[in-house]
Design a protein around this ligand. Structure first.
Ligand code: HEM
Length: 158
């Protein structure tokens, strides 16, 4: 028996592979930001949005879900991700709307696999709470060393 067959959910491989790799994450990001920019509660938060944002989010998600570590290698890693949210003053209503639009995008763009979708949405719930907490601090706040980019698997964060 392999180690994987002892897991409660019995899944092998990474979430990155299960979602369909970087192309699927790019489609997810694209669909999500189309909705965000059309949303009256979220659009003002994204006033400085540029299309590179879509690609950077896809690259971040690839790394989080155990794919290539390109965000760490090319885009400043965990520290840069956290710093991008400083000063945004995200409210709980905005966080919940973000989650709602992301759940819609997940349902539209990711494979029809209930456990996979649940794990992905759980990551977003965890991540948006961190983004909201960080957003209460002003731009330039010293965040110390946040450690490496987290990895999210079939059993949650590692
Ligand atoms: C798991 C949750 C989240 C992830 C993975 C995420 C990911 C990212 C990434 C990768 C960037 C940098 C983009 C770049 O370099 O261009 C970024 C910036 C940003 N995020 Fe998030 N984010 C999350 C939650 C949120 C939430 C809840 C909000 C607000 C409701 C938010 C608002 C923003 C804004 C306004 C920026 C700056 C956009 C810009 O470049 O103009 N994020 N986020």
């Amino acid at each position: 028996m392999t180690e994987e067959t002892h897991r409660p959910d019995g899944r092998a491989g990474t979430l990155y592979e299960a979602v369909g790799g970087t192309d699927a994450l790019r489609r997810l990001s694209n669909t999500f930001y189309d909705a965000v920019l059309a949303d009256p509660l979220l659009a003002p938060v994204f006033a400085d949005f540029t299309p590179t944002h879509i690609e950077h989010v896809a690259v971040w998600l690839a790394e989080i879900f155990d794919g290539p570590a390109r965000f760490t290698e090319e885009l400043g890693g965990h520290q840069a991700l956290l710093r991008a949210h400083l000063g945004l003053g995200i409210t709980e209503d905005q966080r919940l709307r973000w989650m709602e639009l992301m759940a819609d995008a997940v349902a539209k763009e990711l494979p029809d696999d209930e456990l996979l979708r649940r794990r992905v949405v759980e990551y977003f719930d965890w991540g948006t709470k961190i983004a909201r907490a960080v957003s209460a601090d002003p731009p330039g706040t010293d965040l110390g060393d946040p450690g490496p980019t987290p990895r999210w698997g079939w059993d949650g964060v590692r």
